[in-house]
Design a binder for this molecule. Structure first.
Ligand code: ITT
Length: 186
């Protein structure tokens, strides 16, 4: 088993990544050392900047992720502000903003960066298209999971097991690309 250090303070993200990567022969180790997140317009800018900051303090391989929910009728909000919005207005605040809105299209995005001393940093992305539910449903997962229904599904992510969510989530897609890139760069 190869160890992969995942620098994150989010247990939900860590558990999903650990479960997704286990069958590929990777053991994911959570490392919660924290890092500054700049205010930027894209998730990729946030991870790229964070990688250069972490590289000054960490001298082994690591990966980080920035993720967010982009809601079409809200012009992409909360997007890069997903964490702040989750802890302020929360899911009920988002549902209130969409109360009289027919268009409920949204997309979850995930960007992973993998850094190894002496190697070029790998950056991969994953997306999951779907809609925002009329109300919160389900107690699984974390964050916005109870209000997000992936395309072609009836259940919210909150009503799915981790195994189910991991078949097609934004995080799962990004991690599949990361595995492919790591195998190619071995
Ligand atoms: P880090 O320490 O890894 O930065 P974080 O909680 O700040 O953890 P992100 O910035 O990547 O994570 O994500 C922003 C927010 O988006 C996060 O707090 C969640 O509320 C939400 N989020 C991210 N991925 C999600 C998912 O798969 N399901 C539901 N909500 C998610």
């Amino acid at each position: 088993m190869t160890q992969l250090y995942f620098i994150t303070g989010n247990k939900g993200k860590f558990h999903e990544a650990a479960e997704k990567l286990r069958p590929y022969g990777y053991t994911v180790v959570q490392n919660d050392i924290g890092y500054p997140e700049i205010q930027a317009e894209s998730l990729t800018d946030v991870v790229t900047w964070a990688v250069s900051d972490i590289q000054k303090r960490v001298n082994h391989a690591f990966m980080i992720e920035d993720a967010g929910l982009f809601i079409e009728p809200l012009k992409g909000f909360p997007g890069v502000y997903s964490k702040y919005v989750f802890f302020t207005i929360g899911l009920s605040g988002i549902l209130r903003l969409l109360r009289s809105e027919e268009n409920r299209k949204a997309v979850f995005r995930s960007v992973y960066a993998y850094s190894k001393p002496g190697r070029k940093t790998l950056v991969v992305t994953g997306e999951c298209i779907g809609t925002i539910a009329k109300q919160q449903r389900g107690g699984h997962g974390f964050g916005y999971d109870p209000i997000f229904i992936p395309r072609n599904e009836e259940k919210t992510f909150g009503e799915m097991s981790m195994e189910e969510k991991n078949q097609f989530s934004h995080r799962a897609k990004a991690l599949e690309k990361l595995i492919a890139a790591l195998n190619k760069n071995k």
